[in-house]
Ligand binder design. Structure first.
Ligand SMILES: Cc1cc2nc3c(=O)[nH]c(=O)nc-3n(C[C@H](O)[C@H](O)[C@H](O)COP(=O)(O)OP(=O)(O)OC[C@H]3O[C@@H](n4cnc5c(N)ncnc54)[C@H](O)[C@@H]3O)c2cc1C
Length: 484
């Protein structure tokens, strides 16, 4: 029998496939589409996921051999520039890379790990038994697996088939228009900003709010630049067009912005989106079926938090599901997936909704922004927001283990990025005296002389225990791993 069927070969399904295979499970990915869609979604990765990919050796596959992530000197929050240069601990890492490149890289990695992706396989039904799930496919024989994971996007069929609710809100009073364009070269300033006569400068890569709406100018180093506008209470119909985008930009700016069709190789985009959903699945699990990524949560794409959330859902679920399949999961381990990840999704829903409100036009929002701007001038507030956006503020419940690092994502330590590539639990021992006892075969014990505390890391790099003697170590191991 197949260990895990993953419905959906989007980024999150592929990441889960890699994590499962790394942990010794045999997943099969079923994808409805016969070819990758080519749809343009994420332009980049934002937050801790950039470092998590590095800890699996995947960052350099998206950049250059030997490259390591660097924190971003600045970012945006609710159309405020967020200066991060003076933060003592800047956790916000970014990587500009199109989503299709991330998917391609993960598909290659999954293939290396022996995972099969079957395209043209659409999940249409499921029946749960005591030890397995039978998955119905459109026009094909059904299949059986020990577990099914719905990584099939915001309109998830798997979620619907399980009857899991998707409560939340739909905002339908905004319209966003986005398109690849070209502009007269003399309008682009030395710093990449777009200089608009009778308006001023639209800085690159950040939302600019006016009293009439939002505009974003994104001059990517390769390919055509993107212009995006968001307006409220401005109905639109028919095909999205460059003319419409230009008229919208003029309304937002109160000045004319000459936009021309993009030049150079495509694919080029012209898109109009109405409103948006913020919804979180009422459960992440129904028996032998789990939800992952957009199937479990949808929210505004503002600030690009989607893949930080979804890819780390996959890193959280992968080792737990593999442990269950190998008889190495203690009671309740699988339930910690929802317990840990659902609150993280709620934080993302919270800050994307807050940002969306902060960007609306109107005098009351302007007043709110004045106050918010004063708060953001304080480094402590910027640190708080950076921690929130990156996910560096996540602390999981690790039972009775205590210590400042317990429950937190392990800090960067010399050599750690090499040690974590295998996805194995790690006991980092500065003394060389700790004893994992009956868990010795579950965990790689490594002597790291420069540490001032020993650390037990789960495969997702969260600290499950810290200490200087064996005290509490076996108890912590027992929380996460069933003794051999
Ligand atoms: C305009 C836009 C911009 C965005 N920008 C960013 C950004 O800058 N940064 C960021 O991190 N995130 C961004 N996001 C969010 C990000 O794109 C999503 O979070 C991400 O695609 C979710 O991945 P997924 O694997 O969960 O789902 P999806 O990418 O939706 O993949 C689901 C897959 O399941 C397949 N499928 C569906 N139904 C079935 C079925 N019944 N059987 C089999 N297969 C099925 C689909 O064909 C698809 O391939 C953006 C989103 C949008 C819309």
């Amino acid at each position: 029998m197949i260990d895990v069927i993953i419905a959906g070969a989007g980024p999150n399904g592929l990441m889960l496939a890699c994590e499962l295979a790394l942990a010794g499970a045999r997943p099969l990915v079923l994808e409805r589409l016969t070819e990758p869609s080519g749809e343009q979604r994420a332009n980049g990765l934002v937050g801790q996921v950039v470092r998590m990919l590095d800890r699996r050796g995947l960052y350099e596959r998206l950049t250059a051999p030997g490259a390591t992530p660097e924190p971003a000197p600045g970012f945006v929050f609710g159309a405020f520039p967020l200066d991060l240069k003076d933060l003592p601990d800047n956790p916000l890492y970014t990587l500009m890379v199109p989503q299709r490149r991330v998917e391609q890289m993960l598909a290659e990695r999954a293939a290396e790990l022996g995972v099969e992706v079957r395209r043209g396989h659409e999940v249409t039904g499921l029946t749960q038994g005591e030890d397995s799930v039978t998955v119905e496919l459109r026009g094909r024989e059904s299949m059986e697996a020990a577990f099914l994971v719905g990584a099939d996007g915001g309109h998830s069929t798997v979620r619907r088939l399980t009857g899991i609710g998707f409560p939340g809100v739909t905002a339908d009073d905004s319209v966003s228009r986005t398109g690849h364009v070209s502009v007269p070269s003399e309008m682009v300033g030395a710093d990449g900003g777009l200089v608009v006569p009778d308006f001023g400068v639209i800085p690159p890569f950040r939302h600019l709010r006016t009293e009439r709406g939002l505009i974003t100018w994104a001059p990517f180093p390769a390919g055509a630049p993107l212009i995006s506008t968001t307006e409220w209470d401005q109905p639109a119909e028919g095909e999205a067009s460059l003319d419409e985008l230009r008229v919208s930009a003029c309304r937002v700016l109160g000045a004319d912005l000459p936009l021309h069709p993009p030049t150079g190789a495509g694919p080029h985009m012209m898109r109009r989106l109405f409103g948006g959903n913020t919804r979180i699945a009422s459960q992440y699990r129904a028996g032998r079926v789990f939800l992952l990524g957009d199937a479990a949560h949808v929210h505004s794409a503002i600030g690009g938090p989607g893949l930080n959330l979804g890819l780390q859902d996959a890193v959280n679920l992968g080792w737990k599901l593999a442990a269950e399949l190998r008889g190495r999961a203690p009671e309740g381990l699988l339930d910690t997936y929802e317990l840990e990840r659902s609150p993280v999704a709620r934080r993302v829903a919270m800050h994307t909704q807050a940002q969306s409100q902060l960007m609306r036009p109107g005098a009351d929002v302007t007043a709110l922004r004045e106050l918010f701007g004063e708060l953001l001038a304080q480094p402590a507030t910027r640190q708080h927001v950076a921690n929130l956006l990156s996910g560096a503020d996540i602390t999981y419940d690790m039972g009775s283990a205590t210590g400042p690092l317990v429950g937190r994502w392990a800090p960067d330590l010399p050599g750690l990025r090499e040690l974590t590539r295998t996805g194995r639990p790690l006991l980092l021992d500065p003394t060389g005296t700790l004893d994992a006892g009956v868990w010795a075969s579950h965990v790689d014990t490594v002597t790291v002389p420069d540490l001032d505390t020993a650390l037990l890391l789960r495969p997702d790099c969260y600290v499950a225990w810290q200490g200087t003697t064996n005290d509490g170590l076996h108890e912590a191991l027992g929380v996460w791993f069933r003794a051999a």
